[in-house]
Design a protein around this ligand. Structure first.
Ligand code: GSH
Length: 214
């Protein structure tokens, strides 16, 4: 199986995560961000992640998660979900993207190997959230809001191995969110949240971006 992704992409992290949690091998293929032809050939539109399996192409991160969880061996996402976790993720999404997008655009990620690929991302995302320079200038307020919200997440984290104590879809969504956050320097992770994101990184095999955080 091959998984076509962008390294920065939180939806791709969801698809990558289930392979790690299941212990199933997958070949990761990072597409250039300005390469529309490859995804369009596979699924008819420019979108990642895409799972390639025996000549079949599956888009949509959670479809991939469910498909892979149902593959050989016992399912791993057996726990129940907590609406408070979903709510926490939703409430922080706009702030996260405002912090992360300008930083991804400047980061040494494989999908931005050429200046054209980097420019494609920048043009595309600045249309969504406005000029990156303005977003970077908002860093102090955005960081303060993020650090505040992490204090509200802390009591929801019951174990470093699973936010609700037993692995569930919440872990797929929450780890993808926290992994996206790892491109941001200066985030104050409360103890349980930090242990969780590190442990989930190990279990999923998806490295955090702490080392290139800006
Ligand atoms: N609903 C899709 C959303 C995937 C998505 O939005 N992927 C983004 C990257 S994070 C994408 O490919 N956008 C098009 C682009 O970057 O050109 C899923 O869950 O897989």
């Amino acid at each position: 199986m091959k998984l076509h992704v962008y390294d920065h992409c939180p939806f791709c992290v969801k698809a990558r995560a289930i392979f790690g949690l299941k212990g199933l091998p997958v070949e990761l293929v990072v597409m250039a961000n300005d390469d529309a032809a490859t995804p369009e050939r596979m699924i008819g539109r420019k979108m990642a992640p895409i799972l390639e399996n025996e000549g079949q192409y599956t888009p949509e991160s959670m479809d991939i998660v469910h498909m892979v969880d149902a593959m050989e061996g016992p399912r791993v996402l057996t726990g129940s979900t907590d609406p408070a976790v979903t709510r926490w993720i939703e409430e922080g999404s706009a702030t996260l993207y405002r912090l992360a997008m300008p930083r991804w655009a400047a980061a040494p990620l494989a999908e931005f190997a050429t200046p054209e690929a980097r420019a494609y991302f920048t043009d595309n995302k600045e249309r969504a959230i406005g000029p990156f320079a303005e977003r970077m200038a908002e860093t102090p307020e955005l960081l303060a809001s993020t650090n505040d919200s992490l204090l509200r997440l802390e009591p929801l984290v019951r174990s470093p191995d699973a936010v609700n104590g037993e692995l569930s879809e919440d872990d797929i969504h929450l780890f993808a969110h926290l992994r996206a956050m790892s491109i941001v320097r200066g985030v104050s992770y409360p103890t349980a949240v930090d242990a969780y994101r590190r442990r989930m990184s190990e279990r999923t095999g998806v490295p955090l971006h702490d080392d290139i955080a800006a």
